[in-house]
Write a protein that binds this ligand. Sequence first.
Ligand SMILES: [Zn+2]
Length: 434
Amino acid sequence: MKRFIALLTVSVAVITSPVFAKPKNIILLIGDGMGESEIALARDYEFDGEAGLYVDEMKNRGSVIVKQLMIEDPTKIQFTGESASGGTTISTGNRTSQGRIAVSAFDGSPFKTILEEAQEKGFKTGLVTTAIITDATPAAFAAHAQDRYCFMSSSKACANFNDTPIVEQMLDHNVDVMLGGGYNLLPAKEAGGRTVKEKAEAQGYTVITKRDELLALEPGKKLFGVFSNGHMPVEWVGPGGKGADFIEVDEDRVVIFPEPAACEANPKYEGIPRLEEMAKYALDTLKNKDKGFFVMIEGASIDKQAHVARPCGTISEMLAFDRTVKMAVEFAKKEGNTAVIVTADHGQATQIIYKPEAYFGPLRRDHIPGFYQLLLTKGGNELGAYYGTNNINDQAHTGVNVPIYTYGLKKPEELEGVIQQTKVYGEMKKFLFD
Ligand SMILES: [Zn+2]
């Protein structure tokens, strides 16, 4: 009798548990190029070095080792990161080389991504970014390519390895919500002769290009929203619209520092949806009682603005990203069974240096090395942002560790301490599927 009761209990548990199992959701937020310097720059500007960012309140945090494989010889390590290889590592748990989208650095074979696995198991999926929607980070979740710049059929990069254009792969994937930049993708012709817009509509997507349309739209649409020509403009520009620049030195080698000044609103930002507005639409649409969802939300221009030495652009994008993290955690608290993972693919070249000195030694130069901008923080303090990886306007990524913050994981300690970037994928998989 005892045995019979035990068996009965087991069978009841087996039958009833799927009915009551709450769907699980993952909100993965990637701050592109979001190293500690970029975070500190935003914190210093906005909060004068007080822990005022939302991520500053997230207690479950770790430090992620960034590296990638060499392009020419993937048995060798390159001690820096990049969005395609970093995105691939986060989305698939595999290291690869620069420029590769969810494929092996050795033989180009595809790696299955967490988004693809979630989709196969019936989860809803979404990709949200402030970059062109086909950019490396979103692409690494819903496409496979040897060259990240194979955006559309007219992209020259497609010919390098015969990649299928990323925009077509993403649409074929039927990701439920895709929001970002790139209305210039819409008229591109795809292999079958249709335009990308026609292809999207044929697959049941509502296609929108304006912020007003997004704000007016009822949640629940299968949506392809592209709101700018290429990457989205950022909210702020530097004083007078300028970024960091060469700073001159007088005959006595005294640096002529500019007056500190505050960031300004970017007039080009008018009509662009906020990252949190796009993210909110995605969360409201993907939320379901059945299988749950996986969404990746990217603040892309923390990186892009650091490349061009524009600290105010990086700061405004970092603050928008941080507001979106807050919204995601609040959603997770309300919804339950939702994990929020916040991390970066790699670090960037931003350095916080108060006032760099002139060159010394026999060779006299008329400016200090690198690019520099002196900002006036909200609290009226001087904040120096410095970029010194080269003297052209394309700063380099760095190999620093990047942070990871989590909310809602069953075992948050797995992503605490110093961890490999490959580990993020495994923990997301465990959370969603175990
Ligand atoms: Zn970059």
